[in-house]
Ligand binder design. Structure first.
Ligand code: HEC
Length: 104
C-alpha cells in the first residue's frame, strides 16, 4: 500500500469507512459529557456534526504538536490522512445535539 502521495491533502473521506474506525474514538467521544480525568480534568468535545474539514485540521494539529492534548496527540499520531478523512466524514454526518443533556 503506498499512501504517501503529493496529493495527501486531497484524500476523500468515506463515512462508511470511518464508521469502521470510530471504535478508537468512541471510548471518549461518544459519551455525553464525559470528562477524561488524566492528566487533568478535560471535557471531551462532541465530534458529531462538526465540519469535516475542521475535524481533519484538528487531528493534523494534534499530530504536528500544534495542539497539545497528550491523548489526542498519541491518537492522531497513529492515524494517516485517509483515516482522518474517513473519521471526519463519519462524524460530520452525525448529529451534534443530544436530547439527554438538558444543560446544553
Ligand atoms: C482517551 C480519550 C480520547 C480518545 C480515545 C479520543 N479522543 Fe479526541 N479528544 C479527547 C479530548 C480530551 C479532547 C480535547 C482536547 C483538547 O482540549 O485539545 C479531544 C479533542 C478532539 C478533537 C478536537 C475537537 C474540537 O472541538 O476542537 C478532535 C477532532 C478529536 N478529538 C478527534 C478524535 C478522533 C477522530 C478519535 C479517534 C480516532 C479520538 N478523538 C479519540 C479525548 C479523546
Amino acid at each position: 500500500m503506498f499512501s504517501i502521495t503529493a496529493h495527501a491533502q486531497e484524500v476523500k473521506g468515506s463515512a462508511k469507512a470511518g464508521e469502521a474506525k470510530v471504535w478508537i474514538c468512541v471510548g471518549c467521544h461518544a459519551i455525553n459529557d464525559y470528562r477524561a480525568d488524566w492528566p487533568q480534568v478535560y471535557r471531551v468535545p462532541k465530534l458529531g456534526g462538526q465540519n469535516a474539514d475542521y475535524i481533519v485540521a484538528s487531528l493534523k494539529a494534534y499530530k504536528s504538536g500544534e495542539r497539545k492534548h497528550p491523548t489526542m496527540r498519541a491518537i492522531a499520531g497513529s492515524l494517516n490522512d485517509q483515516d482522518m478523512a474517513d473519521l471526519a466524514a463519519y462524524y460530520s454526518t452525525q448529529t451534534p445535539t443530544s436530547p439527554r443533556n438538558p444543560l446544553k
